[in-house]
Design a protein around this ligand. Structure first.
Ligand code: HEM
Length: 507
């Protein structure tokens, strides 16, 4: 694809005013989520007009002394260029000048997203492909019927907690715990105690601050124990399959890959679920289309990947040498943030974009090039998301935003842009009603090599006790009639989350 009208940075008002309302520092944009208020299409249009496809940004909304410069790549073809040219752009963050020259404080808030880890995401050729192949082999062996059962059962348990109230906060009560529980279970963490510990640690890590590092150590320990155990006693789970698929990798490398699957997988799935509900809540056409059958759920999920991708921006790629990108002089060691959301709005995609967002898969929500989200990861994410959205939409009918006039709340950083809360209201129903999923109705994408060795008896009827799988028996008594003791949606998010973890532990 080519850009006929503007080819050099001089064609843009590169040091002109920032898009209306956006602060800037030394010609670099300091973006916050506030700037998205008019919607991504408008903001990216203004950014593109004023800065072109490669935008100089500052990563620190709060501002460190000298700022933290980076480039936000919002051009569709420029983003493909970054993702496909390994000679110029590395994924190994140890190339990043700010890190190499020690300019970032140890507790810098974005460090966990960018500090190098020994896993596939940060690996370059020739180390990358063998590691990615092992992940693909392990992920391919997950049986989709098993996944559908897990998601359906956990979804029903979570929905039972709030369906009688007629209101919930979708992120804390549903979209975050559900993919984590499914992923933990696929890994082989079976007991509600292990799962609750992991939920708790991940919540504390995402909350940030001093406790984040400690929580990260706790997650690492849970995963380390799992790997050591499965090395000795392989079982029918993802951890054991990854060990088998990567014979040359030691425990630490396997543990790091599991960490990646947990974050890349469960994290992205959370925001695909959340953003799909946000799209349904705010896009009248999608909502009525889904309700009257003119749009399938698949179309809604695809529109979400175009308009509100789960990972709006990815940090990132790092210049191996001085080069030019989109008319910008990029220097060795610069960071390029992959603006997946911005690139999805590139006018180069044509004026027909709006009409094909529900049917066309050329969006960049799954990344691009050799580090693109592996196909079995995409399939797993799609399966979890579609069952999760369908269950909630069916069991909590007539869902709409709880406070339609109030802007939604997003995290502090535009770079790690994610909804922090999505309060909704719906028609209340009794816990346990509308359950009875017809599994065959969920269909879902084809799994390329279903080799399930899960015996159906692994999932006894919900009345059975001592089940290794999720069952209604794992819901402590009282959890299904929580109208009195459950915090209202006005409570702070932490207490919502703590109540969920305590409930999962059986307290
Ligand atoms: C649910 C929707 C998902 C979305 C939107 C998504 C998105 C992405 C994106 C944008 C990347 C590229 C990151 C980069 O360029 O650095 C990526 C990579 C990756 N994703 Fe996903 N992902 C999803 C689900 C999953 C799931 C469920 C798994 C596995 C459990 C998974 C595993 C991975 C892995 C291993 C990578 C790294 C690949 C590599 O570096 O070669 N993803 N994903």
């Amino acid at each position: 694809m080519s850009r006929p009208d503007r080819t050099s940075v001089d064609d843009y008002t590169s040091h002109g005013p920032a898009p209306q309302g956006c602060p800037h520092r030394e010609g670099r944009l300091v973006l916050s989520n506030e700037d998205m208020r008019d919607g991504p299409a408008t903001l990216y249009h203004r950014m593109r007009e004023q800065y072109g496809p490669v935008v100089p940004i500052d990563l620190d909304p709060q501002g460190t002394e000298n700022g933290t410069p980076a480039w936000l790549v919002i051009g569709y073809s420029e983003l493909l260029e970054v993702c496909s040219d390994e000679d110029r752009f590395s994924r190994d963050s140890r190339h990043w000048r700010e890190l190499r020259e020690g300019r970032l404080p140890a507790d810098w808030w974005l460090r966990p997203h960018v500090a190098h880890r020994d896993n596939t995401r940060f690996a370059d050729t020739p180390y990358h492909q063998p590691r990615r192949d092992a992940l693909i082999r392990a992920l391919k062996s997950v049986d989709q019927t098993h996944v559908v059962r897990l998601v359906t059962t956990y979804a029903d348990q979570l929905i039972d907690r709030f369906c009688a109230l007629g209101e919930t906060e979708v992120i804390a009560e549903y979209a975050r715990p559900l993919p984590l529980l499914v992923t933990a279970r696929l890994f082989g963490l079976r007991s509600p105690g292990d799962q609750a510990n992991l939920l708790d640690a991940i919540h504390r890590m995402l909350t940030g601050g001093k406790q984040a590092q400690r929580a990260d150590h706790e997650i690492t320990k849970v995963l380390q124990n799992l790997v050591e155990d499965r090395r000795l006693t392989p079982q029918d789970d993802l951890a054991s399959r990854l060990i088998a698929a990567a014979p040359g990798q030691d425990d630490q490398a396997i543990r790091e890959e599991l960490w990646l699957l947990l974050h890349a997988g469960a994290g992205a799935t959370t925001y695909w679920i959340a953003n799909a509900f946000q799209q349904l809540a705010t896009d009248h056409g999608l909502r009525t289309g889904l309700n009257n059958g003119s749009h399938t759920l698949d179309a809604v999920l695809r529109a979400t990947l175009w308009n509100a991708p789960p990972a709006e921006n990815v940090m990132g790629a790092f210049a191996r040498r001085d080069t030019v990108l989109g008319g910008r002089q990029i220097q060795t060691g610069d960071m390029l943030v992959l603006g997946l959301g911005g690139a999805n709005h590139d006018p180069i995609l044509g004026t027909a974009r709006a009409s094909y967002t529900t049917s066309n898969d050329s969006h960049l929500a799954f990344g691009a090039g050799v580090h693109r989200c592996p196909a079995p990861g995409q399939i797993l994410g799609e399966l979890i998301t579609s069952v999760a959205v369908e269950r909630l939409w069916q069991r909590c009918p007539n869902m709409s935003l709880a406070e339609p006039g109030t802007p939604l709340s997003w995290g502090p950083s535009f770079v790690m842009r994610a909804l922090t809360a999505l309060p909704v209201v719906f028609d209340a129903s009794e816990p346990g009603s509308r359950r009875a999923p017809d599994l065959s109705a969920f269909g879902g994408p084809e799994w390329s090599s279903p080799q399930s060795s899960d015996s159906p008896t692994e999932y006894p009827p919900r009345t059975s006790s001592n089940s290794p799988g999720p069952s209604t028996d794992s819901i402590p008594s009282g959890a299904t009639s929580r109208r009195k003791d459950r915090p209202s949606r006005r409570s702070d998010r932490s207490s919502l989350w703590s109540s969920l973890i305590a409930w999962w532990r059986g307290q």
